[in-house]
Structures are given as C-alpha cells and as structure tokens.
Design a protein around this ligand. Structure first.
Ligand code: SF4
Length: 187
C-alpha cells in the first residue's frame, strides 16, 4: 500500500542536474550582483565601495560554500547515502571536508541568532539593504538595474526555487525547518 509520502511530490535522491545548476547559478549570480552593487553604490568613497563589496562577497561565499557544508550538511540525510545529490550539491563537498554528524541535529540549523539559516538569509538580503541608501545618495541607472535584478533573484528563490525546485522534492523536508516555513511538507 502506498504511504502518504509516496502520493505527494516526487522526492529526489539525486536532483536533476538542471535543478543543481539553477540553484547554484542563481545563488552565485545573486552574490556577484550584490557585491558589484555595493561596490558601485559606495564608489563615491575611495575605499568604502570596494571594501564593503569585497567583504560582502567573502561573507556570502564563505557562508554558503564553507559554513553550510561544515555545519549543516553533515547532519543531513543527503550526506549519508552513497551517490545521492542534493539540490545545492553541497552534500558532495561536505563529505570531503566534514565528518558525519547526527540526523537529529539537522533542525538546529535554524536555532540561535547567528545560526546558519539566519546567515544564509542575511547573505541574500544584505545587498538590498545596502543598495537602497546608495540609490538615494549615488543614483545611477546601472545601480538601479542591479538592485532590480537582485530583488528579482530573491523573489525567484522564494517563489520558484524553494517551493517548486528545491524543498518540494527534498528528502530532508520532513526534518528541515526551512521546508516547514515554505509549507511544502504536505505537498
Ligand atoms: S528542504 Fe529545502 S532548505 Fe531544507 S535541506 Fe531540503 S532543499 Fe535545503
């Protein structure tokens, strides 16, 4: 007899390559445009633009491609199974750089002010918060277009990637707090 889980959206042990590319492509584009936008927006100062832009790029890439595989992925179900591939592909990286954790600790990714989930959200939202004042004091059409592109990428992530491409098909969605917040567990 089919279980309730089997009647819902298909769960991927290995995400299609297209999903992995969309997820990482939009993530990297978001970070790069955010860093360029911050650098451009504060370019009226000889040091602030490049400094803040580079700091943001380092923060966002380290958070996503170092902190996540070191702290979150070892507790994820995708870390354990041979040949599985999660939507970010970070389970493959994590296996090379981190020791296996505990499945029970996976929901802890959302616990605490500086938890990986909050740092992840910060990496997505910081460029928007930084570019808005820059648009007021140092407006340019290029900066406005970058801002709109980052807004678009953020909306695409929350309304398409998470609910349709990533979390909906994820085998960790029954434990993952983000899947709970996205409302995809029962779909
Ligand atoms: S449910 Fe979403 S956020 Fe959670 S592990 Fe899966 S893809 Fe990542």
């Amino acid at each position: 007899m089919e279980s309730e889980k089997d009647t819902k959206a298909r769960l991927y042990s290995r995400y299609p390559l297209s999903s992995v590319l969309i997820y990482n492509g939009s993530t990297i584009l978001h970070f790069l445009l955010g860093g360029i936008g911050i650098a451009l927006g504060y370019s009226f100062s000889p040091w602030a633009g490049y400094t803040f832009g580079i700091l943001y790029l380092v923060f966002s890439f380290v958070e996503m491609y170092v902190i996540m595989p070191l702290t979150v992925c070892p507790n994820c179900v995708y870390y354990r199974a041979k040949d599985w591939l999660c939507v970010s592909g970070l389970n493959v990286l994590s296996k090379r750089i981190a020791k296996e954790g505990n499945l029970k600790d996976f929901p802890r990714r959302a616990e605490g002010l500086f938890c990986p989930n909050n740092l992840y959200l910060a990496s997505l939202i910081v460029p928007l918060l930084a570019i808005i004042p820059a648009l007021i004091v140092n407006f340019s059409v290029a900066l406005l277009l970058i801002f709109l592109a980052v807004v678009g990428l953020l909306l695409f992530r929350f309304f398409v990637i998470f609910p349709r491409i990533a979390c909906l098909h994820c085998r960790a969605k029954y434990e993952c707090p983000q899947a709970g917040a996205m409302g995809v567990r029962n779909r």
